[in-house]
Ligand binder design. Structure first.
Ligand code: NI
Length: 221
């Protein structure tokens, strides 16, 4: 589980929120799989909604500019973000996300290695609505992103006051194994820190080489 703060700036968040004010929310059960349909009670924007498509492109662009997201997810393919809203007791009971998703408007499919939630409402705007996974209850500030393994059981607690807006999406990573991704992130973090402290060290060059050669061994395209 990885928390990426401030994926959106305050101004970007304000623009997203303003656009979502007038959004045409639909019953989220329309897009639930067989397993999930009985436990899902929220609202979503239709995937062919022009506003949803415009906002999805915007979020994708921000992801591409986030070094932390790129280092942690090592994305090969990112499914265009979707948008949901939980209010008036809405919740999403325990489930595991589907393994494979069709990319809308294309013949392509992606394998979901990582699930992501981009919080768009501030925690004090709603009660409940925590994302619960591995016995942790997560409620992040607006504009912050949570990345977690798509293979983990999770749920969204009922929202008992206000509304919880979020974007959510899935990532197929270059590196399928979570343990390998975690090692690469640890190595990358260490290299970045060394680059600040000892920019001319020959060992920095060697470690950077190790990083790229491990990524070469472990990545699948
Ligand atoms: Ni889910």
């Amino acid at each position: 589980m990885l928390h990426i703060p401030d994926l959106l700036s305050a101004e970007q968040l304000r623009q997203c929120r303003a656009a979502l004010q007038a959004a045409n929310w639909q019953d989220g059960r329309h897009s639930a799989g067989h397993q999930a349909v009985g436990v899902k009670a929220n609202q979503q924007l239709a995937q062919d909604d022009p506003l949803a498509q415009q906002l999805a492109e915007f979020v994708l662009a921000q992801l591409g500019q986030s070094p932390r997201f790129m280092a942690a997810a090592l994305p090969l393919k990112v499914l265009p973000p979707r948008f949901n809203r939980y209010a008036e007791g809405g919740s999403y009971g325990a489930h595991i996300d589907s393994a494979v998703f069709s990319v809308p408007g294309t013949p392509h499919r992606i394998r979901a290695d990582l699930s992501a939630t981009l919080f768009l409402s501030e925690p004090d705007e709603y009660d409940g609505g925590e994302l619960v996974l591995q016995d942790k209850r997560v409620k992040l500030p607006a504009g912050h992103l949570l990345l977690y393994s798509s293979g983990s059981l999770h749920r969204v607690e009922p929202v008992t006051r206000g509304a919880r807006l979020a974007a959510f999406f899935w990532v197929q990573s270059l590196v399928r194994e979570e343990s390998q991704r975690n090692l690469l992130l640890e190595l990358d973090d260490s290299i970045q820190a060394l680059r600040q402290q000892l920019p001319d060290s020959p060992e920095l060059l060697r470690l950077t080489g190790v990083y790229h050669n491990l990524l070469r061994q472990w990545s699948q395209t």
